[in-house]
Write a protein that binds this ligand. Structure first.
Ligand SMILES: Cc1cc2nc3c(=O)[nH]c(=O)nc-3n(C[C@H](O)[C@H](O)[C@H](O)COP(=O)(O)OP(=O)(O)OC[C@H]3O[C@@H](n4cnc5c(N)ncnc54)[C@H](O)[C@@H]3O)c2cc1C
Ligand code: SF4
Length: 488
């Protein structure tokens, strides 16, 4: 610990945002990274507690106290080395991780947590600026070939780890770009796509081969919400050509809302809106859904709902309302009960701050037709929640103008056709069945086929996908070589 009294002297400092009116004019990132002096003071707040709960709260077990101390002392180069030792892509997590580490920070018991994520962001941005992030190609080649299906954070982390120990890795991706939901899904204002592309270049220099617009599976089966594929590779062909296959195909099936009027024009799954918007910003292909001047209702909270709110406001929607089925959470948690775990509390995203009316304990009952097959209003009812059970409040039905509705109620499971094509057994939630601990972890029931990320654990977070990709890589390496030097 650099400064024993740091936590008494310095306050938590959050990263600043560009003003709302400015950021709504474009899709650019708007978070202002901490200056060196700010990051140093923030690092000085870390007490390097004997038991670093933050390290346990972070799914990739980032060695947070060490790099906090290094940043406090201005030793940024060593800080990025420590950070990269546990996390392949701190540039992704430093931008969009919800930071469960901060909930677990000891300071968070009775004051405000260290701004861990903001320090992580500052370290990786400085590392790129200074040219410290370099390809690390393996000095020796094993001659083993590994296929990775899916180029989201799980697939990328697995591919990078495996290439660095000398395997020949090919990543297959059905979209026209690499990145999974980071590339097409999460808006550019949260994650600039150049951040992904420079990692792709780094990995290419490490020997990873990327094949976009290639669908793995069967062209006659459903391919998921975004399919740009012009080529199909069968599961059998992949198994025949490669020594191991990692399925990192995400969890793409959206939860639907089967209420009267669902079939009307103007009601979309969130990614039907967000993916074309990414393509418009990145590739200049116009989004067929434009909500300028429209009354938008987003159904469902969470990151996906927030991203629909932020994108609708950038379109210039007349109004944006977000409905949540659950009651409004408390503004702040009871820390005595929740620390060091992720607390249940009201979370207000930067997109909410840009303009959004939020309504809680509301259920959608149906949509109203304008007579031409378009949605013109949404019918809802208020809910009373008692002991975890909900009941409709009699007489509380109401109608709200609605020209566009986005369903952002999460994703239920991966596209089954890929798992079926490989003959992979599914768990009770229709995810690929594989454990994460013990012998044979990350392995499916099919010989030499592994699974990692949302395809295995269900809809989750980028940081969990990176963890699973890294851990699966270790298992694949051990499977191919008899043992592995890769970290778990
Ligand atoms: C709108 C939105 C916002 C989000 N915001 C956040 C956030 O702010 N912070 C956070 O931590 N998490 C966020 N998440 C969750 C996060 O993006 C995911 O948990 C994470 O991307 C999962 O990584 P993955 O590698 O397992 O799968 P994915 O990122 O889903 O990648 C899977 C890839 O596999 C490809 N694929 C699928 N099937 C095939 C096939 N048959 N052949 C070839 N390719 C195939 C897909 O095209 C996709 O590119 C968000 C999710 C969404 C939808
Ligand atoms: S990856 Fe997420 S949980 Fe881990 S240190 Fe970074 S912000 Fe915290």
């Amino acid at each position: 610990m650099g400064k024993p009294t740091g936590f008494l002297e310095f306050e938590r400092l959050s990263e600043a945002y560009a003003p709302v009116e400015q950021r709504l004019k474009n899709y650019k990132e708007f978070v202002v990274t901490l200056t060196d002096e700010e990051a140093s003071k923030q690092g000085a707040r870390c007490m390097d507690c004997g038991i670093p709960f933050c390290n346990n709260g972070c799914p990739v077990n980032n060695i947070i106290p060490d790099w906090n101390d290094l940043v406090y002392r201005g030793n940024w180069k060593e800080a990025i080395e420590v950070l990269h030792s546990t996390n392949n892509f701190p540039d992704f997590t430093g931008r969009i991780c919800p930071a469960p580490c901060e909930a677990a920070c000891t300071l968070n018991i009775n004051t405000e947590a260290v701004g861990i994520k903001s320090i992580e962001h500052a370290i990786i941005d400085k590392a790129w600026e200074n040219g410290w992030v370099k390809p690390q190609p393996s000095a020796v080649k094993t001659g083993k070939k590994v296929a990775v299906v899916g180029s989201g954070p799980a697939g990328l982390a697995a591919a990078q780890q495996l290439a660095r120990v000398g395997h020949d890795v090919t990543v297959f991706e059905k979209s026209s770009r690499i990145g999974g939901l980071l590339g097409f899904g999460i808006p550019d204002f949260k994650l600039d796509k150049a951040v992904i592309d420079r990692r792709v270049e780094q990995m290419q220099a490490e020997g990873v081969v990327f094949k976009t617009k290639v669908l793995v599976g069967d062209k006659n089966l459903p391919a998921g919400i975004n399919n740009d594929a012009t080529e199909v590779v069968s599961a059998e062909a992949l198994k025949a050509e490669f020594d191991a296959v990692i399925l990192a195909a995400g969890s793409e099936v959206p939860r639907d809302l089967p209420v009267p009027g669902r079939e009307l024009k103007g009601i979309y799954a969130a990614l039907e809106f967000l993916i074309p918007q990414n393509k418009e910003v990145q590739q200049g292909i116009a989004n067929p859904i434009n909500v300028k001047g429209k009354h938008v209702i987003v159904i469902g909270g969470g990151d996906t709902g927030s991203d629909c709110v932020g994108t609708s406001n950038r379109h210039g929607a007349a109004s944006v309302t977000q409905f949540e089925l659950m009651p409004m959470p408390p503004e702040s948690e009871n820390k005595a009960l929740t620390w060091p775990y992720w607390p249940y509390k009201l979370r207000t995203s930067s997109s909410h701050d840009e303009g959004c009316s939020r309504d809680f304990a509301v259920a959608t009952k149906g949509f109203v037709d304008d007579g031409k097959g378009n949605v013109k209003a949404l019918k809802a009812v208020r809910l009373d929640w008692k002991d975890g059970k909900m009941a409709e409040v009699a007489g509380s039905e109401f109608e709200l103008p609605c020209d566009a509705a986005f369903l952002a109620m999460g994703f239920t499971n991966p596209v089954g056709s890929l798992l079926d094509a490989f003959g992979v057994e599914k768990d009770a939630r229709a995810n690929a069945k594989a454990t994460t601990d013990g012998e044979g972890c990350y392995r499916t029931n099919v010989d030499k086929v592994f699974a990692a990320g949302d395809v295995r654990r269900g809809q989750s977070l980028v940081v969990w996908a990176i963890r699973e990709g890294r851990q699966a890589a270790r298992e694949v390496d051990a499977f191919l070589m008899g043992s592995s030097v890769l970290p778990r």
